[in-house]
Design a protein around this ligand. Structure first.
Ligand SMILES: N[C@@H](CCC(=O)NCCCC(=O)O)C(=O)O
Length: 293
């Protein structure tokens, strides 16, 4: 018969072990310049580290240099802080490669970048259209098609929100200042860790459940925005001038997107905006259990 005292000791022992594993799971090696010390640090991490990390989150990239791919570290760090395991998806037009990678991830982040070619929403380019990367457009649209075929959870950020809208039949203002001028500045010069304009989150939306209802100061780095909302989506946040700042899919799809950069605010210590990434990790964890068993 195990008496109460023994039960208490066992509970405390399990509690301490759990927190030790959680601490080790976030172990960072830091800067080491001696090979033996580096190997010792790696070995000191628990063998079951990979099992204690969260779902694998694919992160889209920019084309960089001669056919290279890159993504700002703020996106990567926000996924890690939220408990996910980020993997950068190389920019390629090889559908087999993208398909193979999406078979191995549990969620997807579509990051920011260049203007979307207006041909994808059947418009002629205006003079104020900025840099377009047609290979990046095809890559992002391929990611969206293959990810939604798999019912993968998606988080779109800035350009990511815009190209999701285009992918499902919506359109964009090609240049806000000339096509939808307002007093709200949508391109800040202050660092991305600083919010510079207000957004109102629509109560009853998933975004309101994630952030809480009401108003938030967000950062802003865009001159385009959603004009006609794609069918099957709803607006979840707007700036004071009515510019769409958040959308989410209705029913079947599993897509949430924002025009601002929560990863930049997270980089400045914003724990409320971290909840946007924690929501993606939660959705990815559910996907992993239900769709990839
Ligand atoms: N070109 C579009 C989208 C702008 C955008 O994604 N900005 C962020 C770039 C930096 C980053 O990826 O963090 C527009 O101007 O509206």
């Amino acid at each position: 018969m195990i008496d109460m005292e023994t039960k208490k000791i066992k509970f405390i022992a399990v509690f301490i072990c759990f927190h030790l594993v959680a601490l080790v799971a976030n172990a960072q090696i830091g800067v080491v310049t001696d090979l033996q010390k580096l190997h010792a640090k790696i070995d000191s991490c628990s063998a079951n580290l990979s099992r204690s990390r969260g779902p694998v989150i694919g992160v889209s990239a920019y084309q960089h240099g001669e056919g290279g791919s890159s993504v700002p570290g703020t996106y990567i760090n926000a996924v890690i802080k939220a408990g996910g395991t980020p993997v950068v998806i190389p920019v390629t037009d090889n559908v087999g490669v993208i398909s193979h990678i999406l078979n191995e991830v549990d969620g997807l982040v579509l990051v920011g970048g260049e203007d979307v070619n207006p041909s994808f929403y059947k418009e002629q380019p205006v003079a104020e259209l900025e840099k377009v990367d047609s290979i990046r457009d095809v890559y992002d649209l391929t990611l969206i098609k293959l990810a939604t075929d798999r019912k993968l959870p998606i988080l779109g950020i800035c350009r990511g929100e815009q190209i999701i809208n285009v992918a499902f039949g919506g359109t964009l203002y090609q240049d806000l200042p000339t096509q939808n001028s307002s007093t709200v500045q949508h391109r800040q010069t202050l660092p991305r860790e600083v919010g510079t304009h207000n957004v109102s989150v629509v109560s009853g939306s998933e975004l309101a459940r994630i952030l809480g209802p009401g108003n938030f100061m967000v950062n802003t780095f865009h001159h385009q925005a959603i004009k006609d909302l794609a069918p099957g989506f709803t607006v979840t946040a707007q700036a004071d001038d009515g510019v769409v700042e958040g959308i989410e899919s209705l029913k079947k799809l599993n897509i949430l997107a924002v025009q601002w950069h929560p990863e930049g605010l997270v980089n400045g210590g914003d724990t409320v905006m971290l909840n946007i990434f924690k929501d993606l990790v939660h959705r990815a964890t559910t996907y992993k259990k239900q769709e990839r068993k």
